[in-house]
Design a protein around this ligand. Sequence first.
Ligand SMILES: [Ca+2]
Length: 325
Amino acid sequence: MRKSLLFPAVGWALLFVGMPISNDARPAADREKMKVILDTDIGGDIDDAWALAFVISHNNFEPLGITICDGNTPVRAKIACKLLHLTGRRDIPVAVGRKTHSKIDHQFSWAEDFEAYKPIAKPAADFMVETIKRHPGEVTLIAVGPLENVADALRQEPSLGNYVKRVVLMSGCIYGTADKTSPIPEWNVYAATADAQRVYSAGLPLTIVPLDSTTHVQLKDEERERVRQYTSPLTYSLECLYRLWLSSPQSRMTLHDQLAVGETANSKAFFGKQEILPLRVDEQGLTRIDRARGKPVVVCLEPKRHEFMEYYISHLVNQRLGMKP
Ligand SMILES: [Ca+2]
């Protein structure tokens, strides 16, 4: 494990303590924001932290909570909690999903001793079900990790699809990737295949951003530099996590999860084509077109890299999140 980067958290933390938002007291503009829950396996690949940053940077989102899935969920949650703390967003609860293994990752060291903001006691699936049912037809669930929590929520409430507005996944591979002309098992499906089968077959209003699109969008050095030079607590944190994630000088982030957030924020704006396909997850973790047994899924294809990257980065660098006014 790499040595932790020193982070000037104490000074910033004193400045950036967020205030809880009362639902009743919110101005009208806030009540019209899009209610979202982000379900994430933050701390493995780097795109999750940068996707969470996108969610909290976007003025049109009202994040109702962050739920943590897959693997060492209690430690993953600390990264989300620290990012929210440093950016003054302690109004957003973090709920931990079931732990599926105890492996560690380099990014964990960024928050391993962090205690100042803790997850709620309620498990992720309980939080998901209760929050979605409290706002019927209003909540968009964005799930960018293996689907244990969403599947657990469906086990509790099989008719979740009647309450949720939309479910947007970074998930699947239909035709191929930037490098391959045939489909491959995508990690979020492969890592919890039975759970993915449950989610894809549940009749949810499902949209997926598959590898077919995401593998075409990688962070350029000048784009990373633009974020780094902004030096807000948010962008400083993202650069710290990026350095912990880098495994070689040639590594570049693929923006898998951010594209799912972008599709949620501005549907159809960043894809040249959306197909509605009958999809079924098979035993090998492939998302297959199956006209007999598949359920309809909106599939986002042909990413518009330039439009998306400008939109994405402009959100990260236009919010002085966590800084004094
Ligand atoms: Ca992810």
